[in-house]
Design a protein around this ligand. Structure first.
Ligand SMILES: Cc1cc2nc3c(=O)[nH]c(=O)nc-3n(C[C@H](O)[C@H](O)[C@H](O)COP(=O)(O)OP(=O)(O)OC[C@H]3O[C@@H](n4cnc5c(N)ncnc54)[C@H](O)[C@@H]3O)c2cc1C
Length: 423
């Protein structure tokens, strides 16, 4: 083992090294990696995180966090830290993208707390990441090293040997287990097999945000009164809006097909695609057309998804979060699943003592089942949001006539999930 690079002690910001062969090594300090570090720290494990970026920057945009995620964040001491940056919407509303007619009004504010025992919140991804990081600063058994890319790993009888690229040199670190929380492009995952890469769905999520006081008047008039998550549906496309940053800014995500799927992405292509995208909404409600112009520049986020999720990849190597199951955002559950993965993995490792093989097998089986169900729900939501012609008419009839409490009941399995109540 070499002398090693500088480690960041989250608590004091001074250099620190935790040479501990029993430590759990985590690749990636995104939502999954940081949540796992906290959950493991709560169970008494020492944790070493390696993150390839130089800083944990303001990457991403808005996130909806449903009660299955916020309940776990609360137990980790993170929800309180998110309080001032997040917003608790009163309802989830669905409107027709052309006419602006209301299709569905689902009360979610009080309902979430009463029915599922935790709030439904919306926030910026960076605010969640900061809240996780600030909580991690309080834990003496978590260390993190930035600018460090996990490039290789090897299991042996004593544990796991992990190679880390730090600037121009390769470090070797020992641990008891490696958790790959390295996102949709997971090196951990692709090291195993080329066939397991996330595939392009041919769909783009265009993201933007507009300050509340700069919303075009026709669009503001379209928004239902109050603080809500609002979705507008249309043929092959949808738009979602909700407040972030303590409610001062509205986050927008518009999902539409990529019309030039085979062409290479460069600045020109992004510019053309952006114009195509805005044109695709030209027949929508005037308020939405005005918003499309006000929201410029819209940032394209090509949507990739995995065909099959995969957790345990070796005796001592496990994937979580997008690395294990990158999914489309139609059920708004990618980060929530990452948070669930992290808490359940820590619990599995703690309850089974050193019999990690069994613990990881059970964890993988349980998570594959749950994540599979969430992916299917996402596919259903996509069909409902993007329906056209007679199917859209039938959808509108169902949405208008089905009692709201029936819709709410349909979320019990998803939002009511509490690993601690499952024994
Ligand atoms: C348009 C859109 C809307 C979404 N909306 C929602 C929503 O409303 N609700 C929701 O729950 N989810 C939502 N999601 C999904 C959510 O953003 C992701 O599922 C979540 O951020 C994944 O977190 P992660 O920690 O697994 O991965 P990431 O956040 O990608 O983190 C991976 C980290 O690993 C680091 N890394 C990568 N490789 C290495 C390596 N080799 N060594 C060390 N570090 C490495 C990266 O730098 C990064 O910091 C949405 C996604 C999209 C695209």
């Amino acid at each position: 083992m070499s002398s090693g690079p500088t480690l960041i002690d989250l608590k004091t910001e001074r250099n620190r090294r935790i040479p501990n062969p029993d430590q759990i090594i985590i690749a990636g300090a995104g939502i999954a990696g940081l949540t796992l570090a906290l959950a493991l720290s709560d169970k008494g494990f020492s944790v070493q995180i390696f993150e390839k970026s130089a800083t944990l920057a303001e990457i991403g945009a808005g996130l909806q966090l449903s009660p299955n995620a916020t309940r776990l964040l609360d137990r980790l001491g993170v929800l309180e830290r998110l309080k001032y940056a997040s917003v608790e919407p009163q309802a989830i509303c669905l409107q027709d993208g052309r006419s602006g007619a209301n299709l569905l009004h689902l009360p979610i504010g009080e309902t979430a707390r009463q029915r599922w025992g935790a709030p439904y919140i919306v926030c910026h991804r960076a605010d969640l990441q900061n809240a996780l990081l600030n909580e991690a600063r309080n834990r003496p058994n978590i260390a993190m090293q930035l600018q460090s890319t996990v490039t290789q790993y090897k299991s042996d009888a004593e544990g796991i040997l992990v190679r880390v690229q730090y600037h121009d040199r390769i470090e070797e670190h020992r641990g008891a287990l490696l958790a790959g929380a390295d996102g949709v492009w997971s090196d951990m995952r692709t090291a195993l097999s080329d066939t397991d890469r996330a595939r392009y769905t041919g769909t783009i999520a265009w993201r933007s945000s507009v300050a509340v006081d700069q919303l075009p008047p026709a669009f503001a008039a379209l928004m239902p009164p109050g603080t809500n998550v609002v979705a507008w549906t249309g043929a092959n496309a949808h738009l979602i809006a909700y407040p972030i940053r303590s409610g001062q800014v509205i986050n927008f995500v518009a999902v539409a097909p990529d019309r030039n799927i085979r062409r290479r992405w460069d600045d020109q292509r992004t510019n053309n695609a952006s114009q195509d995208f805005i044109r695709a909404f030209a027949a929508w409600n005037q308020g939405i057309c005005d918003l499309m112009r006000a929201g410029r520049p819209w940032t394209p986020w090509r949507l990739f998804a995995m065909k099959k999720c995969q957790f345990k990849i070796e005796e001592r190597v496990v994937l979580i979060g997008d690395a294990a199951h990158a999914m489309t955002p139609y059920a708004a559950q990618g980060a929530a699943m990452a948070i669930e993965d992290a808490c359940l993995l820590a619990a599995a490792l703690a309850t089974d003592g050193k019999k990690w093989t069994t613990a990881l097998d059970q964890f993988s089986k349980a998570r594959s089942k749950r994540v599979g169900a969430v992916v299917r729900r996402g596919a259903l939501n996509q069909l409902a949001y993007h329906a056209r012609g007679p199917i859209a008419l039938a959808r509108n009839v169902v949405f208008r006539n089905r009692p709201a409490d029936k819709f709410v009941e349909g979320f019990d399995w998803l939002y009511g999930f509490d690993p601690e109540k499952r024994g």
